[in-house]
Design a protein around this ligand. Structure first.
Ligand code: ASP
Ligand code: MG
Length: 405
């Protein structure tokens, strides 16, 4: 009997009717003779609503209580899904992250899974039950509840798939797969049949809606992820490790964007060894990931240094930077939250010249100013004004002919 891990996103579980529909789908997979673990996200916007509630009672909610609060969203959806399955005559049990043995480190709000103690899940599967697991959460050695970061249920699902040696991991969402660009911005965006882990990692990290760590984990364990719509029967996108016919894919795979960008600029930084380490170590200590970094050539041994973080991390990051800026004799700190990222991604760009020039030409022709630029082997990213991000995505999709297969 095959073992399948399925993950259902919040929009697929937004109300009782949708939960019943998901339960019917799961029951169907079970009846076809598979063992099923279903990982669920919180219903609809439940997580956002809990965050809003917390902000109404406190300016600075404690991370520990915040995690315990947010974990309740997935407890609601997993229990309701299990109940709906039972009412269809399909034996099922709901487990929280703790009950499912998902052990994490202690970084509240962005915890990393360290181990999955899958004994309980396996026993329930053995007993013939569908196991419905609350995504997005785990627990520490101290038995405190942690969450894995926004969108973290994808990572819960892949971690379980790896621990259970599942045949595959299926992610069901409100879109039909991975597109060449956000179809809401680009009407002729095309659904991709397959992408490589590397491409998806870039696409996920730069705006397409999947938790980047789920892709990392899937790549390490060689677990294919099938992303499809929970509503329709259309074929989805397979994310996997093989690169079929790579030679023929000498093109950009997708254009992606991310509005969640905040820029911090530190002026008058003394230009001497050790400064960058002194600045970025305190950020990494608290788990803030820093993205695009630009340091200017120094003038009179002082330089400006800019970098980006996610908007959620801005406040903490500025606090940290302020505390070291004083010590190093740096000048003022400026922040900017009106920026966004737009990227082109594709394994076809490896060792192929001309893509950067093509991207910059497209931006120039659309009169879009580029604030910062970063690249990886298979990605080129421009930081631009948020007000121009939609124009940029459309221009790039057209420039690189992504509407054509
Ligand atoms: N409910 C959480 C969130 O909205 C986790 C998830 O959806 O995967 O971020
Ligand atoms: Mg969600």
């Amino acid at each position: 009997m095959g073992l399948i891990v399925q993950k259902y996103g919040g929009s697929s579980l937004a109300n009782a009717g949708k939960i019943r529909a998901v339960a019917r789908r799961i029951a169907g997979v079970r009846e076809a003779g598979n063992r099923v673990v279903a990982v669920v996200s919180a219903m609809g916007n439940a997580t956002d609503e809990l965050i809003a509630l917390a902000s109404q009672v406190s300016d600075a909610p404690t991370p520990r209580e915040m995690d315990l609060l947010l974990s309740s969203g997935e407890v609601v959806s997993c229990t309701l899904t299990a109940m709906a399955l039972r009412s269809l005559g399909c034996d099922a049990i709901a487990l929280t992250g703790l009950q499912a043995g998902i052990q994490t480190d202690t970084l509240h709000g962005r915890a990393r899974i360290e181990r999955v103690e899958a004994g309980r899940v396996l026993r329930e599967l053995e007993a013939g039950r569908v196991v419905v697991v609350a995504g997005f959460q785990g627990f520490t050695e101290e038995m405190d509840v942690t969450t894995l970061g926004r969108g973290g249920s994808d990572t819960s699902a892949v971690a379980l798939a790896a621990a259970l040696k599942a045949e595959r991991c299926e992610v069901y969402t409100d879109v039909e797969g991975i597109y060449t660009a956000d179809p809401r911005l680009v009407p002729d965006a095309r659904k991709l049949d397959e992408v490589t882990y590397e491409e998806m990692l870039e696409l996920a990290a730069y705006g397409a809606k999947m938790h980047p760590r789920s892709i990392e984990l899937a790549s390490v364990h060689g677990i294919p992820i099938y992303v499809a719509s929970s509503f329709g029967g259309e074929r989805g996108t397979l994310i996997h490790g093989d690169i079929p016919m790579m030679e023929s894919r000498v093109k950009v795979t997708g254009v992606t964007h991310d509005r969640n960008v905040a820029k911090i600029t530190l002026r008058g930084v003394p230009d001497r060894p050790g400064i960058a380490a002194a600045l970025f170590e305190p950020l990494s200590e608290v788990g803030i990931s820093v993205d695009t970094i630009v340091q200017n050539t120094s003038l009179n041994r002082f330089t400006d240094l800019s970098f980006t973080v996610s908007r959620a991390d801005l406040r903490d990051a500025v606090e940290r930077v302020r505390s070291v800026a004083g010590e190093m004799g740096a000048g003022e700190i400026a922040t900017d939250q009106s920026l966004s990222k737009v990227s082109i991604v594709g394994v076809g760009m490896l060792n192929a010249p001309g893509y950067a020039a093509g991207m910059f030409r497209a931006m120039a022709d659309a009169s879009i100013n580029i604030d910062m630029i970063t690249t990886s082997e298979i990605r080129i990213t421009c930081i631009i004004a948020e007000s121009r991000v939609e124009d940029a995505v459309r221009a790039l999709h057209k420039t690189f002919h992504l509407q054509e297969p």
